[in-house]
Write a protein that binds this ligand. Structure first.
Ligand code: ADP
Length: 468
């Protein structure tokens, strides 16, 4: 139980909730304290202003008409008392500190008169705070010497402001618990919401790890934030991985399937040879069959290895100046017999003296694969055009056929390892030719493109850069 609590304390959910609640509660409290103190200050400032303005009135009376006018003004206080205006304590004292005049609103408790007499330091205007008898309210008194010995004191009981602040404190105490609750609930709610994509992500990952269901996806919310982006990217990555796994599975199936045929044939030949051991001719032909089939297997495995090498950049290129027209002529010669048999014409249009820096054997392999496909997928009576020319710095080799063409949906897949078009299964092939072409041309830092219309023909174009 304790370890569960401890491990929960380490979760992001807990940390987020804690920090959100703490910041919310702390800022609410700071705000409340600030409001409380600024309210207190402004009430006090307001009281001081009232007291000082009352004092100014009396000082003005004294300046204009001396003590007699001041006494007259002081005499009017009792009328003020009943008119409900702001109330003040007013005291005038002489040199002996005896009160010449003292007025205290009747509803106020009596102040400590002794302290009132003391006042502030001699001949200096200033504030003093005097407790009122028994009650915890305080008088705020402003004392001002009018002439030597004559001191006027005007003050107010802070009863109203104390009451107000008391209310405030009571409200403060009442709302502090709701603030704590709101802060905590807000923290839990926001954390729950904010971490939802992460929870989905974790659940999906766990499902994939536990069950191997790579087709599981993270549910996507409608939001457009970073976490949602993460989910989307994660789904896109899963999509890619799923495709890759599917491709590899299919590839493996295909390899197994393609290996099974020659191996079965080898086995069949060997069995036949065993049975007719006294006939050397049969033995010879069986061995020849075995060699032929073994070569097929070797070609397939070597091609797969070559593609991997070229794709990972490990293919060593034996770069040299290659005469392109001579190379294409050689390849064309190789296929002229098959083409003739199928009644397919091969025309070449090769720029004279065209040279390129390349690995001769690899480039030949690539062109041979393209021509092999063109012959394979072109029906009898068709034609193949091979062009080679230079454009800017690039050497361009284009092989155009009037063959079966490629369906638009198959176009992006033909470069994949072991991919074979649906209609091409009747033809011999491993589905590795174009992957090898692409890998070789990429190893030369070039690229290869295809344009094809199904039923009309295809054009494969190889670009070899002038500078490698
Ligand atoms: P393979 O020829 O052994 O099937 P490739 O990798 O050479 O494998 O080609 C992949 C697929 O691309 C072929 O199965 C075929 O469907 C398509 N393809 C390639 N070249 C051509 C072409 N010249 N005409 C029509 N389809 C082609």
């Amino acid at each position: 139980m304790l370890s569960k609590v401890n491990s929960y304390r380490k979760t992001t959910g807990f940390k987020l909730t804690f920090w959100y609640s703490a910041i919310f509660i702390a800022s609410s409290l700071i705000l409340l304290f600030f409001t409380y103190f600024s309210l207190k200050l402004s009430i006090r400032q307001n009281d001081h202003k009232l007291i000082q303005s009352e004092m100014e009135d009396y000082v003005a009376d004294f300046r204009i008409g001396g003590i007699s006018r001041l006494e007259r003004a002081l005499g009017e206080i009792k009328y003020k008392d009943s008119s409900g205006e702001d109330l003040f304590l007013v005291r005038l004292s002489d040199a002996k500190k005896d009160a010449v005049f003292l007025s205290i609103p009747q509803q106020w408790p009596a102040p400590d008169l002794k302290q009132l007499e003391e006042g502030p330091a001699k001949n200096k205007a200033g504030w003093s705070f005097i407790p009122s008898g028994g009650v915890k309210n305080t008088y705020e008194i402003f004392s001002k010497p009018l002439s030597p010995g004559l001191i006027l004191q005007v003050g107010k009981l802070t009863v109203n402001s104390q009451e107000l602040m008391g209310h405030f404190r009571a409200i403060f105490l009442q709302i502090i618990i709701p603030i704590f609750l709101i802060g905590f609930a807000g923290g839990v709610f926001l954390t729950f919401r904010a971490l939802r994509p992460i929870r989905y992500l974790v659940n999906t990952m766990r499902l994939i790890i536990d069950t191997g269901e790579i087709n599981a996806r993270v549910p996507s919310g409608g939001r457009n934030d970073e976490l949602q982006d993460l989910s989307r990217l994660f789904n896109a990555m899963l999509e890619k991985i799923e495709k890759l796994i599917k491709g590899m599975r299919e590839g493996l199936d295909n390899v197994a399937h393609d290996l099974r045929t020659p191996i079965t044939r080898i086995r069949g030949s060997a069995e036949m040879a065993l049975r007719s051991e006294d006939n050397p001719e049969n033995l010879k032909s069986a061995l020849a069959d075995c060699i032929e089939e073994s070569d097929r297997i070797l070609t397939m495995l070597n091609t797969i290895m070559d593609i991997s090498e070229a794709e990972t950049g490990a293919m060593l290129l034996n770069l040299q100046n290659v005469k392109i027209s001579a190379l294409i002529d050689e390849v064309t010669d190789l296929y002229s017999y098959v083409a003739e048999e199928k009644n397919i014409s091969i025309r070449t249009s090769l720029q004279e003296g065209l040279q390129s820096v390349a690995d001769r054997n690899r480039l030949q392999q690539a062109i041979a694969n393209l021509l092999d496909n063109a012959v394979k997928y072109t029906p009898p009576g068709g034609g193949i055009d091979i062009q080679a020319f230079q454009e800017d710095q690039d050497t361009i080799i284009r092989i155009k056929d009037t063959g079966a063409g490629i369906l638009p949906q198959e176009l992006p897949k033909i470069w994949d390892r072991l991919y074979r078009g649906d209609k091409s299964r009747s033809q011999r092939g491993l589905g590795l030719g174009l992957s090898l072409v692409k890998a070789i041309i990429h190893a030369h830092k070039g690229h290869v493109e295809v344009a094809s219309v199904s039923g009309e023909g295809s054009i494969f174009t190889v670009y070899i850069p002038g500078k490698l």
